[in-house]
Write a protein that binds this ligand. Structure first.
Ligand code: FAD
Ligand code: MG
Length: 348
Protein backbone atom coordinates (compact mmCIF):
# COMPACT_ATOMS: atom_id res chain seq x y z
CA UNK A 1 0.00 0.00 0.00
CA UNK A 2 2.72 2.47 1.13
CA UNK A 3 4.99 1.40 -1.74
CA UNK A 4 2.20 2.21 -4.26
CA UNK A 5 1.62 5.60 -2.65
CA UNK A 6 5.35 6.41 -2.85
CA UNK A 7 5.43 5.26 -6.48
CA UNK A 8 2.56 7.61 -7.31
CA UNK A 9 4.31 10.54 -5.66
CA UNK A 10 7.55 9.69 -7.50
CA UNK A 11 5.73 9.58 -10.86
CA UNK A 12 4.04 12.94 -10.15
CA UNK A 13 7.39 14.53 -9.19
CA UNK A 14 8.99 13.13 -12.37
CA UNK A 15 6.19 14.45 -14.59
CA UNK A 16 6.34 17.87 -12.88
CA UNK A 17 10.14 18.03 -13.27
CA UNK A 18 9.94 17.06 -16.95
CA UNK A 19 7.32 19.69 -17.74
CA UNK A 20 8.70 22.47 -15.52
CA UNK A 21 11.00 24.01 -18.19
CA UNK A 22 8.06 24.06 -20.64
CA UNK A 23 5.82 25.74 -18.05
CA UNK A 24 8.50 28.38 -17.33
CA UNK A 25 9.14 29.08 -21.00
CA UNK A 26 5.36 29.45 -21.58
CA UNK A 27 4.97 31.86 -18.68
CA UNK A 28 7.95 33.95 -19.89
CA UNK A 29 6.80 34.20 -23.51
CA UNK A 30 6.23 37.70 -24.82
CA UNK A 31 2.60 38.60 -25.35
CA UNK A 32 1.81 41.00 -28.19
CA UNK A 33 -0.44 43.79 -26.91
CA UNK A 34 -3.28 45.54 -28.69
CA UNK A 35 -2.37 49.19 -28.97
CA UNK A 36 -3.69 52.59 -30.03
CA UNK A 37 -1.84 55.91 -30.46
CA UNK A 38 -3.47 59.34 -30.81
CA UNK A 39 -2.45 62.98 -30.48
CA UNK A 40 -4.41 64.27 -27.45
CA UNK A 41 -3.79 66.78 -24.62
CA UNK A 42 -1.12 68.37 -26.78
CA UNK A 43 1.02 65.24 -26.94
CA UNK A 44 1.37 61.72 -28.38
CA UNK A 45 -0.53 59.19 -26.28
CA UNK A 46 -0.32 55.39 -26.54
CA UNK A 47 -2.28 52.75 -24.66
CA UNK A 48 -1.21 49.09 -24.81
CA UNK A 49 -3.37 46.30 -23.42
CA UNK A 50 -1.74 42.90 -22.94
CA UNK A 51 -4.56 40.65 -21.76
CA UNK A 52 -7.72 41.70 -23.51
CA UNK A 53 -8.63 41.55 -27.17
CA UNK A 54 -11.41 44.16 -27.30
CA UNK A 55 -10.25 47.14 -29.35
CA UNK A 56 -13.34 49.10 -28.20
CA UNK A 57 -11.82 49.41 -24.69
CA UNK A 58 -8.91 51.37 -26.18
CA UNK A 59 -11.36 53.76 -27.85
CA UNK A 60 -13.34 54.16 -24.61
CA UNK A 61 -10.16 55.13 -22.75
CA UNK A 62 -9.21 57.68 -25.43
CA UNK A 63 -12.73 59.12 -25.37
CA UNK A 64 -12.35 59.67 -21.63
CA UNK A 65 -8.99 61.45 -22.15
CA UNK A 66 -10.52 63.69 -24.85
CA UNK A 67 -13.45 64.45 -22.55
CA UNK A 68 -10.99 65.62 -19.86
CA UNK A 69 -9.05 67.69 -22.42
CA UNK A 70 -12.28 69.41 -23.57
CA UNK A 71 -13.03 70.45 -20.00
CA UNK A 72 -9.52 71.48 -18.89
CA UNK A 73 -7.58 72.79 -21.89
CA UNK A 74 -6.53 76.44 -22.24
CA UNK A 75 -5.31 75.83 -25.80
CA UNK A 76 -8.79 75.96 -27.29
CA UNK A 77 -11.77 78.34 -27.72
CA UNK A 78 -14.07 76.80 -25.14
CA UNK A 79 -13.49 74.82 -21.94
CA UNK A 80 -14.56 74.94 -18.31
CA UNK A 81 -11.19 76.33 -17.27
CA UNK A 82 -11.55 79.16 -19.84
CA UNK A 83 -15.12 79.88 -18.62
CA UNK A 84 -13.76 80.33 -15.08
CA UNK A 85 -11.27 82.87 -16.44
CA UNK A 86 -13.94 84.72 -18.43
CA UNK A 87 -15.83 85.32 -15.16
CA UNK A 88 -12.65 86.17 -13.19
CA UNK A 89 -13.03 89.09 -10.79
CA UNK A 90 -16.77 88.72 -11.17
CA UNK A 91 -18.62 85.49 -10.30
CA UNK A 92 -18.36 81.83 -9.37
CA UNK A 93 -18.59 79.30 -12.23
CA UNK A 94 -20.14 75.85 -11.81
CA UNK A 95 -17.87 73.12 -13.23
CA UNK A 96 -17.96 69.33 -13.69
CA UNK A 97 -16.80 66.95 -10.95
CA UNK A 98 -13.67 66.24 -13.02
CA UNK A 99 -12.58 69.87 -13.31
CA UNK A 100 -13.45 70.64 -9.71
CA UNK A 101 -11.44 67.63 -8.47
CA UNK A 102 -8.31 68.56 -10.46
CA UNK A 103 -8.50 72.26 -9.43
CA UNK A 104 -8.99 71.24 -5.78
CA UNK A 105 -5.98 68.88 -5.90
CA UNK A 106 -4.00 71.55 -7.77
CA UNK A 107 -4.76 74.10 -5.06
CA UNK A 108 -3.70 71.57 -2.37
CA UNK A 109 -0.37 71.07 -4.16
CA UNK A 110 0.02 74.84 -4.54
CA UNK A 111 -0.34 75.13 -0.74
CA UNK A 112 2.02 72.19 -0.02
CA UNK A 113 4.70 73.73 -2.27
CA UNK A 114 4.29 77.27 -0.86
CA UNK A 115 3.41 78.47 -4.33
CA UNK A 116 6.45 76.99 -6.16
CA UNK A 117 3.71 75.10 -7.97
CA UNK A 118 0.77 77.42 -8.63
CA UNK A 119 -2.34 76.48 -10.61
CA UNK A 120 -3.07 80.15 -11.32
CA UNK A 121 0.11 80.37 -13.44
CA UNK A 122 -1.97 80.61 -16.67
CA UNK A 123 -1.20 84.29 -17.60
CA UNK A 124 2.56 83.63 -17.34
CA UNK A 125 2.35 80.37 -19.34
CA UNK A 126 0.39 82.21 -22.06
CA UNK A 127 2.93 85.04 -22.11
CA UNK A 128 5.89 82.72 -22.74
CA UNK A 129 3.83 80.45 -25.06
CA UNK A 130 6.46 77.69 -24.84
CA UNK A 131 5.38 74.78 -27.06
CA UNK A 132 3.24 77.06 -29.27
CA UNK A 133 4.07 78.94 -32.49
CA UNK A 134 3.81 82.29 -30.66
CA UNK A 135 6.58 81.35 -28.15
CA UNK A 136 8.93 84.23 -27.23
CA UNK A 137 11.05 85.52 -24.36
CA UNK A 138 8.80 88.23 -22.87
CA UNK A 139 10.06 91.66 -21.82
CA UNK A 140 10.59 92.51 -18.11
CA UNK A 141 7.54 94.82 -18.29
CA UNK A 142 5.32 92.08 -19.70
CA UNK A 143 6.45 89.69 -16.97
CA UNK A 144 5.87 92.23 -14.20
CA UNK A 145 2.42 93.02 -15.53
CA UNK A 146 1.22 89.41 -15.14
CA UNK A 147 2.97 88.40 -11.86
CA UNK A 148 0.31 90.03 -9.60
CA UNK A 149 -2.32 87.79 -11.24
CA UNK A 150 -0.57 84.62 -10.05
CA UNK A 151 -1.75 83.71 -6.58
CA UNK A 152 -3.42 80.38 -5.76
CA UNK A 153 -4.96 82.00 -2.62
CA UNK A 154 -7.19 83.90 -5.04
CA UNK A 155 -8.60 80.66 -6.45
CA UNK A 156 -11.74 80.26 -4.35
CA UNK A 157 -13.61 76.94 -4.21
CA UNK A 158 -17.21 76.25 -3.26
CA UNK A 159 -16.92 72.58 -2.26
CA UNK A 160 -20.65 71.99 -1.94
CA UNK A 161 -21.78 73.44 -5.25
CA UNK A 162 -18.53 72.63 -7.12
CA UNK A 163 -18.06 76.25 -8.20
CA UNK A 164 -14.81 78.17 -8.74
CA UNK A 165 -14.09 81.91 -8.55
CA UNK A 166 -10.89 83.67 -9.57
CA UNK A 167 -10.81 86.78 -7.38
CA UNK A 168 -8.90 89.08 -9.74
CA UNK A 169 -9.91 89.92 -13.31
CA UNK A 170 -7.73 88.25 -16.02
CA UNK A 171 -6.56 85.42 -13.77
CA UNK A 172 -6.25 82.05 -15.56
CA UNK A 173 -5.89 78.52 -14.19
CA UNK A 174 -3.41 76.24 -16.03
CA UNK A 175 -3.64 72.52 -15.22
CA UNK A 176 -0.76 71.57 -17.58
CA UNK A 177 1.33 70.24 -14.67
CA UNK A 178 -1.34 67.97 -13.23
CA UNK A 179 -4.21 67.17 -15.66
CA UNK A 180 -2.24 64.68 -17.78
CA UNK A 181 -1.77 62.64 -14.61
CA UNK A 182 -5.50 62.78 -13.87
CA UNK A 183 -6.26 61.73 -17.47
CA UNK A 184 -3.97 58.70 -17.08
CA UNK A 185 -5.67 57.71 -13.79
CA UNK A 186 -9.11 57.98 -15.42
CA UNK A 187 -8.03 56.00 -18.52
CA UNK A 188 -6.75 53.32 -16.13
CA UNK A 189 -10.15 53.18 -14.37
CA UNK A 190 -11.84 52.55 -17.74
CA UNK A 191 -9.44 49.72 -18.57
CA UNK A 192 -9.76 48.09 -15.13
CA UNK A 193 -13.56 48.30 -15.11
CA UNK A 194 -13.46 46.43 -18.44
CA UNK A 195 -11.43 43.60 -16.93
CA UNK A 196 -7.94 44.67 -18.03
CA UNK A 197 -5.20 43.51 -15.63
CA UNK A 198 -2.02 44.17 -17.65
CA UNK A 199 -1.58 47.44 -19.56
CA UNK A 200 0.64 50.47 -20.09
CA UNK A 201 -0.78 53.98 -20.56
CA UNK A 202 1.71 56.49 -21.94
CA UNK A 203 0.49 60.09 -22.23
CA UNK A 204 3.48 61.88 -23.73
CA UNK A 205 6.00 60.20 -21.42
CA UNK A 206 3.65 60.32 -18.43
CA UNK A 207 3.37 56.55 -17.81
CA UNK A 208 0.90 54.51 -15.78
CA UNK A 209 1.32 50.74 -15.56
CA UNK A 210 -1.55 48.41 -14.71
CA UNK A 211 -0.59 45.18 -12.91
CA UNK A 212 2.64 43.48 -13.96
CA UNK A 213 3.96 42.14 -17.25
CA UNK A 214 1.78 39.12 -18.17
CA UNK A 215 4.97 36.97 -18.31
CA UNK A 216 5.04 37.23 -14.52
CA UNK A 217 7.84 39.82 -14.19
CA UNK A 218 7.47 43.48 -13.22
CA UNK A 219 7.25 45.99 -16.09
CA UNK A 220 10.64 47.32 -17.18
CA UNK A 221 10.17 51.03 -17.91
CA UNK A 222 12.87 53.11 -19.62
CA UNK A 223 13.84 56.41 -17.99
CA UNK A 224 14.27 59.22 -20.53
CA UNK A 225 17.72 60.70 -21.15
CA UNK A 226 17.14 64.42 -20.42
CA UNK A 227 19.81 65.45 -22.96
CA UNK A 228 18.55 63.65 -26.06
CA UNK A 229 15.49 62.92 -28.16
CA UNK A 230 12.45 61.11 -26.79
CA UNK A 231 13.04 57.35 -26.62
CA UNK A 232 16.72 57.53 -25.63
CA UNK A 233 16.98 56.13 -22.14
CA UNK A 234 19.57 56.27 -19.37
CA UNK A 235 18.37 53.10 -17.67
CA UNK A 236 15.30 51.18 -16.67
CA UNK A 237 13.06 50.72 -13.71
CA UNK A 238 11.14 47.64 -12.51
CA UNK A 239 7.59 48.50 -11.45
CA UNK A 240 4.18 46.95 -10.80
CA UNK A 241 1.02 49.12 -10.63
CA UNK A 242 2.89 52.43 -10.60
CA UNK A 243 2.92 55.72 -12.43
CA UNK A 244 6.25 57.07 -13.66
CA UNK A 245 6.22 60.77 -14.51
CA UNK A 246 9.14 62.96 -15.59
CA UNK A 247 9.50 66.74 -15.62
CA UNK A 248 12.51 68.04 -17.48
CA UNK A 249 14.23 70.77 -19.41
CA UNK A 250 14.55 68.77 -22.61
CA UNK A 251 11.27 68.79 -24.50
CA UNK A 252 9.50 72.10 -24.13
CA UNK A 253 11.81 75.07 -24.38
CA UNK A 254 12.69 78.04 -26.55
CA UNK A 255 16.14 79.29 -27.46
CA UNK A 256 17.08 82.97 -27.59
CA UNK A 257 20.66 84.18 -28.15
CA UNK A 258 21.98 80.70 -27.34
CA UNK A 259 20.15 80.60 -24.00
CA UNK A 260 17.53 77.93 -23.45
CA UNK A 261 14.31 78.75 -21.58
CA UNK A 262 12.27 75.70 -20.52
CA UNK A 263 8.59 75.57 -19.56
CA UNK A 264 8.59 75.12 -15.76
CA UNK A 265 8.22 78.69 -14.56
CA UNK A 266 8.94 80.27 -11.21
CA UNK A 267 5.75 82.18 -10.25
CA UNK A 268 7.84 84.53 -8.07
CA UNK A 269 10.32 85.67 -10.76
CA UNK A 270 8.36 84.94 -13.94
CA UNK A 271 11.36 83.09 -15.44
CA UNK A 272 12.07 79.32 -15.76
CA UNK A 273 13.44 77.65 -12.62
CA UNK A 274 17.21 77.42 -12.76
CA UNK A 275 18.85 74.76 -10.62
CA UNK A 276 20.94 71.59 -10.89
CA UNK A 277 18.12 69.33 -12.20
CA UNK A 278 17.93 68.29 -15.87
CA UNK A 279 15.17 65.73 -15.28
CA UNK A 280 13.24 64.41 -12.30
CA UNK A 281 11.17 61.22 -12.40
CA UNK A 282 8.56 60.45 -9.75
CA UNK A 283 7.28 56.92 -9.08
CA UNK A 284 4.04 56.51 -7.11
CA UNK A 285 0.68 54.75 -7.65
CA UNK A 286 -1.46 57.80 -8.61
CA UNK A 287 -0.49 59.54 -11.84
CA UNK A 288 -2.08 62.83 -10.74
CA UNK A 289 0.17 62.82 -7.65
CA UNK A 290 3.23 61.81 -9.72
CA UNK A 291 2.54 64.63 -12.19
CA UNK A 292 2.15 67.35 -9.55
CA UNK A 293 5.11 66.05 -7.51
CA UNK A 294 7.42 65.94 -10.56
CA UNK A 295 6.83 69.65 -11.18
CA UNK A 296 7.14 70.56 -7.49
CA UNK A 297 10.34 68.53 -7.00
CA UNK A 298 11.80 70.09 -10.14
CA UNK A 299 11.32 73.52 -8.56
CA UNK A 300 13.29 72.49 -5.46
CA UNK A 301 16.55 71.21 -6.98
CA UNK A 302 18.29 67.94 -5.99
CA UNK A 303 19.12 68.47 -2.33
CA UNK A 304 15.83 69.95 -1.13
CA UNK A 305 13.88 67.79 -3.60
CA UNK A 306 15.47 64.62 -2.23
CA UNK A 307 14.48 65.32 1.40
CA UNK A 308 10.99 66.38 0.26
CA UNK A 309 10.42 63.03 -1.50
CA UNK A 310 12.08 60.88 1.21
CA UNK A 311 9.57 62.35 3.69
CA UNK A 312 6.60 61.16 1.59
CA UNK A 313 5.14 57.66 1.96
CA UNK A 314 5.15 55.39 -1.12
CA UNK A 315 6.82 57.98 -3.38
CA UNK A 316 10.23 57.41 -5.02
CA UNK A 317 12.32 59.56 -7.35
CA UNK A 318 15.22 59.53 -9.81
CA UNK A 319 17.10 62.83 -10.17
CA UNK A 320 19.31 63.48 -13.21
CA UNK A 321 21.50 66.56 -12.87
CA UNK A 322 22.91 68.86 -15.55
CA UNK A 323 26.32 67.30 -14.66
CA UNK A 324 24.91 63.84 -15.60
CA UNK A 325 24.89 62.62 -12.01
CA UNK A 326 22.08 60.34 -10.85
CA UNK A 327 20.55 60.36 -7.40
CA UNK A 328 17.84 57.85 -6.43
CA UNK A 329 15.66 57.60 -3.34
CA UNK A 330 16.20 54.72 -0.89
CA UNK A 331 13.25 52.63 -2.13
CA UNK A 332 14.72 52.27 -5.65
CA UNK A 333 18.09 50.70 -4.77
CA UNK A 334 17.27 47.27 -6.30
CA UNK A 335 14.74 48.50 -8.89
CA UNK A 336 16.64 50.97 -11.08
CA UNK A 337 19.37 49.81 -13.50
CA UNK A 338 21.61 52.44 -15.08
CA UNK A 339 22.62 51.46 -18.63
CA UNK A 340 24.13 54.66 -20.11
CA UNK A 341 27.74 54.92 -18.96
CA UNK A 342 27.83 58.69 -19.60
CA UNK A 343 25.85 59.04 -16.36
CA UNK A 344 27.10 58.13 -12.90
CA UNK A 345 25.42 57.19 -9.65
CA UNK A 346 26.01 59.50 -6.70
CA UNK A 347 25.42 58.52 -3.09
CA UNK A 348 22.73 60.64 -1.38
P1 FAD B 1 5.05 69.30 -16.13
O1 FAD B 1 6.27 69.55 -15.35
O2 FAD B 1 4.12 68.29 -15.56
O3 FAD B 1 4.23 70.66 -16.21
C1 FAD B 1 4.74 71.85 -16.75
C2 FAD B 1 3.58 72.62 -17.28
O4 FAD B 1 2.81 73.10 -16.18
C3 FAD B 1 3.98 73.82 -18.10
O5 FAD B 1 4.02 73.53 -19.48
C4 FAD B 1 2.88 74.80 -17.73
O6 FAD B 1 1.72 74.54 -18.50
C5 FAD B 1 2.59 74.48 -16.30
N1 FAD B 1 3.49 75.14 -15.34
C6 FAD B 1 4.67 75.77 -15.55
N2 FAD B 1 5.19 76.23 -14.40
C7 FAD B 1 4.32 75.87 -13.43
C8 FAD B 1 4.28 76.08 -12.02
N3 FAD B 1 5.26 76.74 -11.37
N4 FAD B 1 3.21 75.61 -11.33
C9 FAD B 1 2.20 74.96 -11.94
N5 FAD B 1 2.18 74.73 -13.28
C10 FAD B 1 3.23 75.18 -14.00
N6 FAD B 1 0.11 71.54 -25.23
C11 FAD B 1 0.11 72.00 -26.50
O7 FAD B 1 1.17 72.29 -27.02
N7 FAD B 1 -1.05 72.09 -27.22
C12 FAD B 1 -2.23 71.76 -26.69
O8 FAD B 1 -3.26 71.86 -27.34
C13 FAD B 1 -2.27 71.30 -25.33
N8 FAD B 1 -3.43 70.99 -24.74
C14 FAD B 1 -3.43 70.55 -23.44
C15 FAD B 1 -4.63 70.23 -22.83
C16 FAD B 1 -4.65 69.79 -21.51
C17 FAD B 1 -5.94 69.46 -20.84
C18 FAD B 1 -3.42 69.62 -20.80
C19 FAD B 1 -3.38 69.10 -19.41
C20 FAD B 1 -2.23 69.93 -21.42
C21 FAD B 1 -2.22 70.41 -22.72
N9 FAD B 1 -1.03 70.74 -23.34
C22 FAD B 1 -1.03 71.20 -24.63
C23 FAD B 1 0.26 70.72 -22.59
C24 FAD B 1 1.07 69.45 -22.64
O9 FAD B 1 0.46 68.29 -23.03
C25 FAD B 1 1.72 69.19 -21.27
O10 FAD B 1 0.79 69.13 -20.26
C26 FAD B 1 2.73 70.23 -20.92
O11 FAD B 1 3.66 70.33 -21.92
C27 FAD B 1 3.47 69.93 -19.62
O12 FAD B 1 3.66 68.62 -19.38
P2 FAD B 1 4.97 68.00 -18.75
O13 FAD B 1 4.53 66.71 -18.18
O14 FAD B 1 6.05 68.01 -19.74
O15 FAD B 1 5.45 69.01 -17.62
MG1 MG C 1 3.82 67.64 -13.64
Amino acid sequence: MDINKNKNILIKVLIFTLFLPILISCSKKTIEPISKTEFVIGTICTIKIYDNRYEQILQKAFNRIKNIENKMSINTDKSEVLSISQKSGNSYVKVSDDTFHVIRKGKEYSIISNGNFDISIGPLVKLWGIGTDYAKVPSEEEIHSVLPLINYNNVLLDNTKKKVLLKEKDMLIDLGAIAKGYAADEASKILKSNGVEHAIINLGGNILTIGNNPNGSPWNIGIQNPFSARGNIIGSLKVIDKSIVTSGIYERYIENQEKKYHHILNPKTGYPYENDIAGITIITPSSLDADALSTITFSKGVSEGMSFIEDLQNVEAIFVTKEKDIYITSGLKDKFTLSDTNFKFKPN
